[in-house]
Design a protein around this ligand. Structure first.
Ligand SMILES: [Zn+2]
Ligand SMILES: [Zn+2]
Length: 121
């Protein structure tokens, strides 16, 4: 999202905030844009990717829950941010991860299943 009151003709990095955690876009925090100015940062994306892509939850999306990034109601598993009401569907998480991972400047890589600790029996 954009910071409230920022100049739309002169948007700076610090005017771009993650819709999920509210932090500013910076050199150390990459950001991917969704629709209508919605944004997800690299850290939220890592958490989302682990949850909805690697862990593959079985529960379907709740009815009436709209993805913050694509603004659609989808049957995909949704990742809910710890704070606020923003959520991201699996399709958007996959697409955003592909965008971030492609650009070496961001230094971001997709979490792999080795990053998930096996559940203790
Ligand atoms: Zn974030
Ligand atoms: Zn979506």
């Amino acid at each position: 999202m954009r910071r409230e009151g920022c100049d739309p003709m002169n948007v700076r990095m610090s005017d771009v905030l993650c819709d999920f955690c509210g932090r500013e876009w910076s050199d150390s925090l990459p950001m991917v844009e969704g629709h209508q100015g919605s944004c997800i940062c690299g850290e939220c994306l890592s958490a989302a990717y682990r949850t909805v892509v690697l862990s593959a939850p079985q529960e379907p999306a709740q009815a009436g829950v709209r993805c913050t990034l694509c603004l659609e109601n989808r049957d995909d598993p949704m990742w809910h941010a710890a704070a606020g009401h923003a959520c991201a569907c699996r399709r958007c998480v996959r697409q955003s991860a592909a965008v971030l991972a492609k650009d070496p400047d961001f230094g971001w890589r997709k979490p792999d299943s080795g990053d998930i600790r096996p559940a203790v029996p």
